[in-house]
Design a binder for this molecule. Structure first.
Ligand SMILES: Cc1ncc(COP(=O)(O)O)c(C=O)c1O
Length: 361
């Protein structure tokens, strides 16, 4: 990108381009790991009613601390993981991307370690906030090698170590035992372990939130964008020790979470049984898609999430990606040579993906 000479953009930002998963119309949009199921008419009405109530007070700032929403999120996590969190252990923001940014603003004083390929926004936000990012490596099959990761932590002494589980874009999950080893290593170097569980509800592994009580240096990022089918509302949250939560309050912008967002998210949490009802269907559909890919002679990486990374096709990934888009199927080229990632959609979208792919390989 060329910038005008009069623009005093920071040197480190000049070579960068914005995050940009293509947002183009397609018959099957399977590129950003969204949930394919829209809210039921009853839920749409409940959200509209709640937002209408708030509309009468839009001359006033929202609750700066989003206390009702954070209390409801704590209740949801406690229900899921038999924990005892309160609002003091939850921070909420406009998507988990904002949570990640706040973590960098608060804590990224030293080196930051992550294990790529993983969620591209972790290193991107590191760059934007001027933090030093260290790229740890994974096994050839993209699984995390815990003993190598522990060695990396001990060598680099990072302030923050990021682990995404299930990992995006590869889909593999880290067990709680492995997570405890990583947490111990982070503790021994005086750092924090940041666990990004954006896809946690799709995984059978026990959540890292269960480690927090005995490991206050473990932070867990979650989102309502994926399993909760609420990406458009932009709500992500952090589960952590109360001291971490206090630090989030230092770096947050005042009134960052609009009254409309808070109201809509509260209704969504109250209707969680409906919203999360799609998770089992998506997991079952994932296995059908995986089988179809195997039947075509392709190889998949085992996924504990709502997407699958696959390889074994003869074309270059960008060519196959473009050919699929011509057939109305938008998937994701994640920049890994020879691999493409497909999000699991509804039955019709998955069928369209499978039939289009069959014609191309
Ligand atoms: C691992 C991971 N973390 C965080 C996010 C950000 O999600 P959101 O900002 O919608 O909560 C994503 C989105 O794809 C993701 O894959």
């Amino acid at each position: 990108m060329t910038w005008p000479s009069w623009l005093p953009l920071r040197e480190t930002l000049r070579p960068m381009s914005p995050y940009g998963a293509p947002q183009v119309p397609a018959r099957a949009s399977l590129n950003t790991n969204e949930n394919p199921y829209s809210p039921s008419p009853a839920l749409q009405k409940a959200i509209t009613d709640a937002v209408a109530k708030v509309a009468a007070d839009l001359n006033r700032y929202p609750d700066r601390d989003a206390t009702v929403l954070r209390t409801k999120l704590a209740g949801y996590i406690n229900e899921l993981s038999s924990t005892k969190f309160s609002a003091d252990n939850i921070w909420a923001a406009n998507g988990s991307n904002e949570i990640i940014q706040s973590i960098f603003l608060a804590f990224a004083g030293g080196a930051i370690l992550g294990f790529t390929p993983s969620y591209s926004m972790h290193p991107l936000i590191a760059k934007v906030t001027g933090a030093q990012w260290i790229d740890g490596k994974r096994n050839a099959d993209f699984s995390l090698n815990t003993s190598d990761a522990v060695a990396e932590i001990q060598k680099n002494k990072p302030t923050l170590t990021f682990i995404t589980t299930p990992n995006n874009p590869t889909g593999g999950a880290v067990t709680l035992d492995e997570m405890q080893k990583l947490a111990d290593a982070c503790k021994s170097v005086g750092g924090l372990l940041v666990v990004d569980e954006a896809y946690g509800e799709f995984s059978q592994e026990i959540s890292a939130v269960t480690l927090i009580a005995n490991n206050p240096h473990v932070l867990v990022i979650r989102t309502m964008s994926k399993a909760f089918a609420f990406a458009g509302a932009r709500v992500g949250y952090l589960v952590s020790d109360a001291a971490v939560n206090d630090a989030m309050m230092i770096v947050r912008l005042p009134y960052h979470l609009s009254a409309l967002t808070q109201a809509a998210a509260q209704v969504a949490i109250d209707h969680r049984a409906e919203l999360l009802g799609g998770v089992a269907t998506i997991i079952a559909a994932r296995e059908v898609v995986v089988q179809a890919l195997h039947d075509m002679g392709l190889t998949t990486i085992t996924s504990s999430a709502n997407f699958v990374l696959f390889t074994g096709f003869k074309q270059e990934a960008p060519q196959l990606w473009a050919a699929l888009l011509e057939k109305g199927v938008l998937i994701r080229d994640v920049g890994l040579s020879g691999y493409l990632r497909v999000t699991i959609g509804n039955e019709a979208e998955n069928a369209l993906f499978v039939s289009a792919l069959k014609e191309l390989i």
